[in-house]
Write a protein that binds this ligand. Structure first.
Ligand SMILES: C[S@@+](CC[C@H](N)C(=O)[O-])C[C@H]1O[C@@H](n2cnc3c(N)ncnc32)[C@H](O)[C@@H]1O
Length: 221
Protein backbone atom coordinates (compact mmCIF):
# COMPACT_ATOMS: atom_id res chain seq x y z
CA UNK A 1 0.00 0.00 0.00
CA UNK A 2 1.55 3.32 -0.89
CA UNK A 3 0.97 6.38 1.32
CA UNK A 4 -1.60 7.81 -1.12
CA UNK A 5 -3.83 4.81 -0.52
CA UNK A 6 -4.05 5.65 3.19
CA UNK A 7 -4.26 9.42 2.71
CA UNK A 8 -7.23 8.90 0.40
CA UNK A 9 -8.94 6.55 2.87
CA UNK A 10 -8.66 9.18 5.61
CA UNK A 11 -9.74 12.04 3.31
CA UNK A 12 -12.83 10.12 2.23
CA UNK A 13 -13.59 8.84 5.74
CA UNK A 14 -13.32 5.20 4.59
CA UNK A 15 -11.95 4.02 7.92
CA UNK A 16 -13.96 0.88 8.61
CA UNK A 17 -10.96 -0.39 10.59
CA UNK A 18 -11.51 2.26 13.27
CA UNK A 19 -13.30 1.01 16.40
CA UNK A 20 -15.37 3.22 18.68
CA UNK A 21 -14.00 1.50 21.79
CA UNK A 22 -10.68 -0.02 22.87
CA UNK A 23 -9.92 -3.43 21.39
CA UNK A 24 -11.60 -6.06 23.62
CA UNK A 25 -8.74 -8.54 23.13
CA UNK A 26 -6.31 -5.85 24.33
CA UNK A 27 -8.29 -5.40 27.54
CA UNK A 28 -8.39 -9.16 28.03
CA UNK A 29 -4.72 -9.98 27.45
CA UNK A 30 -2.71 -6.87 28.32
CA UNK A 31 -2.82 -7.29 32.14
CA UNK A 32 -1.00 -10.66 31.88
CA UNK A 33 2.01 -8.92 30.35
CA UNK A 34 2.68 -7.09 33.60
CA UNK A 35 3.96 -3.95 31.91
CA UNK A 36 5.07 -1.57 34.68
CA UNK A 37 3.11 1.66 35.20
CA UNK A 38 4.82 4.61 33.56
CA UNK A 39 6.29 2.42 30.80
CA UNK A 40 6.16 3.63 27.23
CA UNK A 41 4.08 1.65 24.74
CA UNK A 42 4.80 1.88 21.03
CA UNK A 43 1.69 1.89 18.81
CA UNK A 44 2.75 1.59 15.15
CA UNK A 45 0.32 2.57 12.37
CA UNK A 46 -1.82 4.04 15.12
CA UNK A 47 -4.70 5.66 13.22
CA UNK A 48 -6.84 7.42 15.83
CA UNK A 49 -7.22 4.26 17.85
CA UNK A 50 -8.91 4.48 21.24
CA UNK A 51 -6.39 1.90 22.41
CA UNK A 52 -3.96 4.81 22.90
CA UNK A 53 -6.35 6.57 25.27
CA UNK A 54 -6.88 3.28 27.11
CA UNK A 55 -3.13 2.87 27.64
CA UNK A 56 -2.90 6.40 29.04
CA UNK A 57 -5.81 5.65 31.39
CA UNK A 58 -3.80 2.65 32.68
CA UNK A 59 -0.94 4.94 33.69
CA UNK A 60 1.19 4.08 30.65
CA UNK A 61 2.86 6.47 28.24
CA UNK A 62 2.19 6.12 24.51
CA UNK A 63 4.34 6.68 21.44
CA UNK A 64 2.21 6.31 18.33
CA UNK A 65 3.16 6.88 14.71
CA UNK A 66 0.68 7.57 11.93
CA UNK A 67 1.05 8.60 8.31
CA UNK A 68 -2.15 10.64 8.10
CA UNK A 69 -2.21 14.11 9.62
CA UNK A 70 -6.02 13.97 9.55
CA UNK A 71 -5.96 10.88 11.76
CA UNK A 72 -3.54 12.47 14.23
CA UNK A 73 -5.51 15.69 14.46
CA UNK A 74 -8.83 13.86 14.79
CA UNK A 75 -7.44 11.74 17.62
CA UNK A 76 -6.71 14.78 19.77
CA UNK A 77 -9.71 16.87 18.65
CA UNK A 78 -12.14 14.05 19.44
CA UNK A 79 -10.84 13.93 23.03
CA UNK A 80 -10.97 17.73 23.39
CA UNK A 81 -7.19 17.86 23.74
CA UNK A 82 -4.95 20.60 22.44
CA UNK A 83 -1.59 18.97 21.82
CA UNK A 84 1.76 20.73 21.79
CA UNK A 85 3.66 20.17 18.55
CA UNK A 86 7.32 20.05 17.60
CA UNK A 87 9.27 18.99 14.54
CA UNK A 88 12.01 16.36 14.44
CA UNK A 89 13.67 14.22 11.82
CA UNK A 90 10.84 11.70 12.33
CA UNK A 91 8.02 14.11 11.53
CA UNK A 92 5.68 16.30 13.58
CA UNK A 93 5.24 15.22 17.21
CA UNK A 94 1.87 15.94 18.81
CA UNK A 95 1.86 15.56 22.56
CA UNK A 96 -0.92 15.88 25.15
CA UNK A 97 -0.45 14.38 28.58
CA UNK A 98 0.91 10.84 28.34
CA UNK A 99 0.25 10.50 24.61
CA UNK A 100 2.74 11.42 21.92
CA UNK A 101 1.71 10.77 18.35
CA UNK A 102 4.16 11.31 15.52
CA UNK A 103 2.75 12.34 12.18
CA UNK A 104 5.31 10.50 10.08
CA UNK A 105 6.41 7.24 8.49
CA UNK A 106 6.82 4.32 10.91
CA UNK A 107 9.71 3.04 8.80
CA UNK A 108 11.56 6.31 9.47
CA UNK A 109 11.78 5.64 13.21
CA UNK A 110 15.23 4.55 14.36
CA UNK A 111 16.55 2.95 17.55
CA UNK A 112 16.88 6.34 19.22
CA UNK A 113 13.20 7.10 18.62
CA UNK A 114 12.12 3.75 20.09
CA UNK A 115 14.72 3.43 22.85
CA UNK A 116 12.30 4.04 25.72
CA UNK A 117 9.58 1.68 24.52
CA UNK A 118 9.14 -1.21 26.96
CA UNK A 119 6.13 -2.52 25.07
CA UNK A 120 4.48 -2.57 21.66
CA UNK A 121 0.85 -3.04 20.63
CA UNK A 122 -0.10 -4.01 17.10
CA UNK A 123 -3.74 -4.09 16.11
CA UNK A 124 -4.44 -3.70 12.38
CA UNK A 125 -0.84 -2.70 11.65
CA UNK A 126 1.02 -5.82 10.43
CA UNK A 127 -2.16 -6.99 8.70
CA UNK A 128 -2.54 -3.60 7.00
CA UNK A 129 0.64 -4.22 5.02
CA UNK A 130 1.26 -6.31 1.88
CA UNK A 131 3.97 -9.01 2.09
CA UNK A 132 7.05 -6.95 1.07
CA UNK A 133 6.18 -4.26 3.64
CA UNK A 134 5.43 -6.90 6.29
CA UNK A 135 8.99 -8.13 5.78
CA UNK A 136 10.35 -4.61 6.39
CA UNK A 137 7.99 -4.05 9.30
CA UNK A 138 9.10 -7.16 11.22
CA UNK A 139 12.74 -7.18 10.20
CA UNK A 140 13.56 -3.49 10.21
CA UNK A 141 11.13 -1.65 12.46
CA UNK A 142 10.70 -4.29 15.19
CA UNK A 143 14.44 -4.90 15.21
CA UNK A 144 14.87 -1.30 16.40
CA UNK A 145 12.86 -1.95 19.57
CA UNK A 146 14.96 -2.50 22.68
CA UNK A 147 15.86 -5.92 24.15
CA UNK A 148 13.20 -7.26 26.58
CA UNK A 149 10.50 -5.19 24.91
CA UNK A 150 7.26 -7.15 24.91
CA UNK A 151 3.85 -6.76 23.43
CA UNK A 152 0.67 -8.02 21.87
CA UNK A 153 0.10 -8.65 18.19
CA UNK A 154 -3.42 -9.24 16.86
CA UNK A 155 -3.85 -10.74 13.39
CA UNK A 156 -6.55 -12.05 11.08
CA UNK A 157 -6.53 -15.33 9.15
CA UNK A 158 -8.82 -16.11 6.23
CA UNK A 159 -8.43 -17.71 2.80
CA UNK A 160 -6.50 -14.91 1.09
CA UNK A 161 -7.73 -15.91 -2.38
CA UNK A 162 -11.32 -15.10 -1.33
CA UNK A 163 -10.65 -11.36 -0.80
CA UNK A 164 -8.02 -8.71 -1.43
CA UNK A 165 -6.37 -6.97 1.51
CA UNK A 166 -6.05 -4.83 3.47
CA UNK A 167 -6.63 -6.25 5.94
CA UNK A 168 -4.42 -9.12 4.83
CA UNK A 169 -4.49 -12.64 6.16
CA UNK A 170 -1.26 -13.32 8.07
CA UNK A 171 -1.08 -17.01 9.03
CA UNK A 172 0.56 -18.17 12.24
CA UNK A 173 3.42 -19.75 10.30
CA UNK A 174 4.26 -16.38 8.76
CA UNK A 175 4.11 -14.60 12.13
CA UNK A 176 6.48 -17.13 13.64
CA UNK A 177 8.85 -17.02 10.66
CA UNK A 178 8.97 -13.22 10.63
CA UNK A 179 9.52 -12.70 14.36
CA UNK A 180 11.26 -15.87 15.56
CA UNK A 181 14.76 -14.52 14.96
CA UNK A 182 14.56 -11.90 17.71
CA UNK A 183 11.32 -12.52 19.56
CA UNK A 184 9.70 -15.31 21.56
CA UNK A 185 6.25 -15.79 20.08
CA UNK A 186 3.42 -17.28 22.15
CA UNK A 187 -0.11 -17.78 20.83
CA UNK A 188 -2.54 -16.59 23.50
CA UNK A 189 -5.86 -17.00 21.74
CA UNK A 190 -7.41 -18.01 18.44
CA UNK A 191 -11.05 -17.15 17.90
CA UNK A 192 -13.55 -17.71 15.06
CA UNK A 193 -15.07 -14.28 14.33
CA UNK A 194 -16.79 -14.83 10.97
CA UNK A 195 -20.26 -14.52 12.51
CA UNK A 196 -19.37 -11.07 13.91
CA UNK A 197 -17.95 -9.79 10.60
CA UNK A 198 -20.81 -9.65 8.07
CA UNK A 199 -18.67 -7.47 5.77
CA UNK A 200 -16.25 -10.36 5.24
CA UNK A 201 -19.10 -12.82 4.67
CA UNK A 202 -20.67 -10.43 2.14
CA UNK A 203 -17.36 -10.41 0.25
CA UNK A 204 -17.44 -14.21 0.05
CA UNK A 205 -15.02 -15.03 2.86
CA UNK A 206 -15.83 -18.51 4.24
CA UNK A 207 -13.59 -18.62 7.33
CA UNK A 208 -12.19 -15.86 9.55
CA UNK A 209 -10.18 -16.10 12.72
CA UNK A 210 -8.40 -13.56 14.88
CA UNK A 211 -5.23 -14.60 16.68
CA UNK A 212 -3.53 -12.90 19.62
CA UNK A 213 0.21 -13.35 20.15
CA UNK A 214 2.45 -12.35 22.99
CA UNK A 215 5.85 -11.16 21.75
CA UNK A 216 8.95 -10.97 23.92
CA UNK A 217 12.15 -9.55 22.52
CA UNK A 218 15.08 -11.67 23.60
CA UNK A 219 17.98 -9.97 25.31
CA UNK A 220 20.91 -9.24 23.00
CA UNK A 221 23.28 -12.26 22.81
C1 LIG B 1 -5.76 -0.40 9.19
S1 LIG B 1 -5.32 1.15 9.90
C2 LIG B 1 -5.20 0.70 11.63
C3 LIG B 1 -5.13 1.87 12.55
C4 LIG B 1 -5.11 1.48 14.05
N1 LIG B 1 -4.04 0.58 14.38
C5 LIG B 1 -6.43 0.92 14.51
O1 LIG B 1 -6.45 -0.17 15.07
O2 LIG B 1 -7.45 1.59 14.30
C6 LIG B 1 -3.63 1.33 9.39
C7 LIG B 1 -3.10 2.73 9.62
O3 LIG B 1 -1.72 2.77 9.33
C8 LIG B 1 -1.40 4.01 8.74
N2 LIG B 1 -0.13 3.78 8.03
C9 LIG B 1 0.05 3.05 6.89
N3 LIG B 1 1.35 3.01 6.57
C10 LIG B 1 2.02 3.71 7.52
C11 LIG B 1 3.40 4.03 7.73
N4 LIG B 1 4.34 3.61 6.89
N5 LIG B 1 3.72 4.77 8.82
C12 LIG B 1 2.75 5.22 9.68
N6 LIG B 1 1.43 4.95 9.51
C13 LIG B 1 1.07 4.21 8.45
C14 LIG B 1 -2.61 4.33 7.87
O4 LIG B 1 -2.73 5.70 7.59
C15 LIG B 1 -3.74 3.80 8.75
O5 LIG B 1 -4.26 4.83 9.58
Amino acid sequence: MNPDFWHQRWREGRIGFHQDRPTPLLLKHWPALGVAPGSRVFVPLAGKSLDMAWFAAQGLRVLGVELSRLAVEQFFAERGLQPETRESRYGTHYRAGAIELIHGDAFGLDEAALAECAAVFDRAALIALPPPLRQRYAHELYRRLPPRCQGLLITLEYPQHEKDGPPFSVPEGEVRARYAGDWDVETLERRDILAQQPGFRDEGVTALETVVYRLRRRAAP
